[in-house]
Design a protein around this ligand. Structure first.
Ligand SMILES: [Cu+2]
Length: 121
């Protein structure tokens, strides 16, 4: 019985390793990490391209102010306190373009502080 259990564990582990290797190779199932910088009055990059069905984590750093990050169509929102990395996770379900804006008033160029997420097949 012990030997049998050992074989089962070994097979299971190999399967997991194989799955991880294949996943890494295809870039499927693994989160896409995108680093974004916010500062008066821009997001960099201001266009973020992601893949439908693949989990995304945005790592957003503000350099100067508690900007806001709001993607109304995806129901995503976060405050971006300077000095820390704010992570926003989502899995895009539909192909399309989704605007995001800073929604904490941050000064004269606040209205220009926006960008978009492009979801591709
Ligand atoms: Cu702002």
């Amino acid at each position: 019985m012990k030997a049998l259990r050992l074989i089962a564990v070994t097979v299971g582990l190999s399967g997991a390793l194989l799955g991880a290797a294949l996943g890494a190779q295809e870039g499927v199932g693994k989160e896409q990490v995108v680093q974004v910088t916010a500062r008066r009055f821009t997001f960099t990059p201001n266009e973020i391209v992601v893949k439908k069905g693949r989990p995304v984590v945005l790592e957003i750093s503000s350099e100067d102010f508690v900007h806001g990050f709001n993607v109304p169509a995806l129901k995503l929102r976060a405050d971006l306190p300077p000095g820390i990395v704010t992570r926003v996770r989502f899995t895009p379900e539909r192909v399309g373009e989704y605007d995001f804006v800073c929604d904490n008033f941050c000064g004269a160029g606040h209205e220009e502080m926006h960008g978009r997420i492009v979801v591709k097949d």
